[in-house]
Every structure is written in structure tokens, then in C-alpha cells.
Write a protein that binds this ligand. Structure first.
Ligand code: ADE
Length: 228
């Protein structure tokens, strides 16, 4: 089985690459893809760079050029739901694009014709994640993740996203990876550890907690590999 592990930033995938042996490097379309054998799994690992376009390109490249059959995403997010504190894990049940807006034509936020507002993650991968969380004794929330090409550092914007999409957390890549995987029939799982609360302090908190939260997410994803 070929499994893709994506992040958006180096900090999000380095902890995974660091646990592997005989890692090979491949340069495709301006990105580095790392391949390695882990047990019986052929792993393909990359960080995409930040945002929806780069992450869509990386997801599509992993699937079309490297033959990825299951996609796992590891990274950090801003919390919307006040239950979520820095370092907490959230797995997306479904994802939406909060910055997609053709409401001028009577469509809901996040919708374009022939698309859908929400793309659902693979239920079996969510089950596996719940089992892994129980085994590791860590808390894993399941919820809605909203994605957009914006670093959100405003209570007003964060509340709007929370109210409009009933979203629990926000970030900048999950929904674009979801759209690509959904279109190409590849089961996907998006995991995030909270780095900030998308408020006035978000920039500072993000810089402070990126590494520790990215590591928590990566460790969880690594544990999931044994259960696929
Ligand atoms: N990823 C982590 N924190 C974020 C924020 N506040 N906005 C967008 N993406 C994020």
C-alpha cells in the first residue's frame, strides 16, 4: 500500500522523516518528495508550502505521480471552539473553504456549482484514529475544519467562520487536500494540533507553539501508520 503523509511546512513533516531509514528524495514541480519503506507501507512524504494552491498541487502529485492510495495530513491549526486548547488534537470529520465566496450569485458561502460546501473525511480512517487515541491515552476531538488562504488573527473573522460553517478549527490547506482526494477517490484524514486561537495573539502563539504542536500531530500520524 502507498500512503501519503503531507504537511504544509517543514516543521510538520520533519518529525516523521526523522523516524525513517533509507529515505530517498525526489524533486517534482518545485517540491521535494521523500519516499521510504515503513513495514509493508510505501510512504511518500512532503510539505507543500502554505495555502490551498500549493497543497492541492502536492496532493495531486502524490496521487498521480507517486500512486498514493491513502492520504494523511499532519499539521497545526487555529482553534475556534473554545474547548480546544494549544496542543489539543482535532481530526476533521468534514472540511470547507471559508474564503470561497460567490454569494453575489445567490450561492452559499463555500460553494461553487458542481462542488460542495463540505467534503467528508474517510470514516474508516477516523475510526482508526479514535482507536489510536484510546491506545495512546490522548484526547482526540473530531470536528469541522475550515480552510482559507488567510492567517486568521481576528476575533471577528474567527467568529464569522465559526458561525457560518459551524467550524471548530481553521487552517490553510485541509479543504484543498480534501477536494483533490475526493475527486481522485483517495481516502483522506486531516489531523491538526492547535497552535493558537486565531485571535489577536495568534501570530505570537503560532511562532511559539508551531514546533511543539506540529510534533504532537506528527507523533499521532506516525502511530496511525501501524494500524492502517
Ligand atoms: N494555522 C494555524 N493557526 C492558524 C491561523 N490562525 N490561521 C490560519 N491558519 C492557521
Amino acid at each position: 500500500m502507498v500512503v501519503g503523509v503531507m504537511g504544509a511546512m517543514p516543521e510538520e513533516i520533519e518529525p516523521i522523516i526523522g523516524r525513517l531509514e533509507n529515505v530517498q528524495k525526489h524533486e517534482v514541480a518545485g517540491n521535494t518528495y521523500y519516499t521510504a519503506l515503513y513495514g509493508s507501507i510505501d510512504l511518500v512524504i512532503a510539505y507543500s508550502k502554505i495555502g490551498k494552491v500549493f497543497s492541492a498541487l502536492t496532493a495531486a502529485t502524490m496521487i498521480e505521480k507517486f500512486g498514493v492510495q491513502k492520504m494523511l495530513f499532519s499539521g497545526v491549526a487555529g482553534a475556534i471552539n473554545p474547548e480546544l486548547k494549544i496542543g489539543d488534537l482535532i481530526a476533521a470529520t468534514k472540511l470547507c473553504q471559508h474564503d470561497l465566496d460567490i454569494t453575489a450569485f445567490g450561492h452559499p458561502y463555500g460553494f461553487v456549482p458542481e462542488g460542495k460546501v463540505f467534503v467528508e473525511a474517510n470514516p474508516r480512517l477516523l475510526e482508526i484514529a479514535a482507536d489510536v487515541a484510546r491506545k495512546l491515552g490522548v484526547k482526540l476531538k473530531q470536528g469541522v475544519i475550515a480552510t482559507g488562504d488567510q492567517f486568521v488573527a481576528s476575533l471577528e473573522r474567527k467568529s464569522w467562520i465559526g458561525e457560518t460553517f459551524n467550524a471548530d478549527a481553521l487552517e490553510m490547506e485541509g479543504a484543498s487536500v480534501a477536494v483533490v482526494c475526493d475527486a481522485l477517490n483517495v481516502p483522506f484524514f486531516i489531523l491538526r494540533a492547535i497552535s493558537d486561537a486565531a485571535d489577536m495573539d495568534a501570530g505570537f502563539d503560532f511562532d511559539t507553539f508551531l514546533q511543539s504542536s506540529a510534533l504532537k500531530s506528527a507523533e499521532f500520524i506516525f502511530a496511525m501508520l501501524d494500524e492502517l
